[in-house]
Design a protein. Structure first.
Length: 555
């Protein structure tokens, strides 16, 4: 074994040891050094690793180093392997003079979003070195920085359309999915900062209860089992109903104009959208506004209801022209909820009016001021505002408040509580089939809930429009990983919620075990912790095999 060193006359070599003269322990120590660790350069294939190795170890100095999170990144990488996402990204993402391929950095972004959603800066400075991502992906810690991650976002975004097409086919093959029924919904996510350079950032209706912040709207199309198919990012002040035509045309341009069933909630409904879907020969099942129930007051009072399950009844109400069918739905649980809400708001308004009336009796108040107070009171309790008939009189500049309750409003409220209305141009389905198809819209709502809570899509800290869209794309890919795990859990008989399974496996750690030898050479082994009995059962049910150790590469 020789060592190279520099001199004034050039590089020279000197003999460090004669391997043939060393004892077995010494040769094993040299072998470990040649194998490489964090302090040495790896020399692959210098020794034959096929034979078991035995050596004397100083047990009093055995230690562990570099404890890292292993289970979460490893499980995420196994799922990406089932999707063949790495190979697809390698084939579509541009390759140039970059040291680390953009496809590999994209995997870092997606896996980090699944394991511990955070900013690119946090990934580079903290998260990456605390996990086994570097060991699993072969990307050294020193090569992951925020600038490289931001540039990976820029390289990933142009592949959005191709990614959607690829994942639709791949997921369909893996889980035998059908895309004949599509669920469509819209949510919003807000920004931290002014976002002056982002034309899409605007103030609008905030589902996050942050009207003080600018936002963007995210429209998502999923299959009936909640598997994502496509998404779009719209301006933050965009009305939901104005996005329907654009989404339908986008899906048709990517996957053809085959007849599909679109399921949307009442926020998407407008006569223009219904006419648009009919012209495209698209079938639909839509929610309708509460005001539409007035047209079916007689049907609410008559018999002919069909019981779907305990506490839920439905009734078909065909249109005279036969083009559409309306489905009346009546839920006992929803009835109790709405009744309690009406009673609560009624008491609030009544107490507020008593307080205002007392103020008018004790003090001289301007009618305009009292009217504004009443307006605020009704606005804060709008659910029962129609129950009250309120009159503010001007008695020589002194306000007098007179109010009463409207019996007709109360009667209609009692009749319609717990009822809602659907409409569809599918005329050959039963009321139960139509209701069950509509209720699957909860899968889209669940997708937004997972994206916002588990994948932390909000708030958005990026300021540039293209970076915001790339951030949403990474969250979309992370949700694909999440739903793929969900499908794997379902097939394995582990339920529909992958969170508990992921959290359990994510507890598995990886450590470096350092074994000081008799000759003074340290042997280093990168070992994966033995899974608990519960973890082993989960892995066995999922068909996954946990490695016992990893090779040590120079980081």
């Amino acid at each position: 074994m020789v060592e190279s060193y520099r001199t004034e006359r050039g590089p020279r070599q000197r003999v460090v040891a004669q391997l043939g003269d060393m004892d077995k322990c010494g040769r094993m120590g040299v072998k470990e050094v040649a194998g490489g660790n964090d302090d040495h350069i790896r020399q692959a294939n210098l020794f034959d690793d096929s034979k078991p190795r035995w050596i004397e170890v100083d047990t009093s100095r055995v230690r562990i180093e570099r404890t890292r999170l292993f289970g979460g990144p490893w499980l995420g990488l196994q799922i990406l392997g089932k999707l063949d996402l790495s190979q697809f990204l390698d084939s579509v993402m541009p390759q140039g003079r970059e040291e680390i391929p953009w496809s590999m950095m994209s995997l870092v972004l997606v896996l980090s979003r699944v394991c511990d959603p955070s900013s690119e800066l946090y990934i580079a400075e903290h998260l990456y070195e605390r996990t086994a991502l570097g060991d699993l992906l072969g990307v050294p810690v020193g090569k992951v920085n925020d600038d490289r991650l931001y540039r990976a976002l820029d390289a990933l975004l142009p592949q959005k359309s191709e990614l959607e097409k690829y994942l639709k086919g791949r997921l369909g093959d893996l889980f035998d999915l059908e895309y004949d029924l599509l669920l469509y919904d819209v949510t919003s996510t807000y920004f931290e900062g002014e976002c002056s350079g982002n034309s899409q950032a605007a103030r609008g209706y905030s589902r996050d209860h942050r009207p003080d912040c600018k936002q963007v709207c995210i429209a998502l199309v999923v299959s009936k089992c909640g598997m994502p198919l496509a998404y779009e990012v719209f301006d933050g002040n965009r009305n939901d109903s104005t996005t329907v035509a654009e989404i339908v045309e986008s899906i048709e341009s990517k996957y053809g104009s085959a007849s599909r069933i679109w399921v949307m909630d009442r926020g998407m409904v407008s006569e223009e959208n219904i006419e648009f879907l009919k012209q495209r020969s698209q079938r639909y099942i839509l929610g309708t506004s509460k005001s539409q129930l007035r047209r079916f007051e007689r049907e609410l009072l008559t018999s002919g209801w069909e019981t779907i399950r305990d506490g839920l009844e439905v009734k078909l109400c065909p249109c005279p022209d036969g083009d559409e069918t309306f489905i009346l739905c009546r839920s006992a649980d929803r009835h109790e909820k709405e009744k309690a809400m009406h009673e609560r708001f009624e008491k609030r308004i009544e107490a507020g009016l008593e307080k205002i009336a007392e103020t008018c009796r004790r003090y001289k108040q301007k009618p305009s001021i009292i009217e504004r107070r009443i307006g605020r009171l009704l606005g804060q309790n709008s659910r029962a505002a129609g129950l009250f008939k309120i009159d503010v009189k001007d008695n020589n500049g002194r306000a007098e408040l007179v109010w009463s309750k409207v019996d007709s409003w109360r009667d209609w409220s009692a009749l319609s509580e717990g009822c809602y209305l659907l409409r569809s141009n599918i005329t050959d389905w039963t009321a139960e089939e139509l209701w069950k198809a509509y209720i699957q819209l909860t899968e889209a709502e669940a997708a937004f809930r997972i994206t916002k809570s588990d994948l932390a899509i909000r708030p958005i800290w990026h300021q540039r429009e293209e970076r915001v869209q790339a951030h949403v794309l990474v969250c979309f890919l992370a949700y694909v990983v999440w739903k793929t795990l969900g499908q794997m859990c379902h097939k394995a008989g582990l339920g529909h919620e992958p969170r508990k399974v992921f959290d359990e496996i994510a507890q598995i750690q990886m450590v470096d075990v350092v074994l000081p030898t008799r000759t003074g050479v340290n042997i280093r082994r990168r070992c994966v912790a033995q899974p608990t009995k519960h973890q082993a059962i989960l892995l066995q049910r999922l068909g996954l095999t946990l490695p016992t150790h990893l090779k040590i590469n120079k980081m």
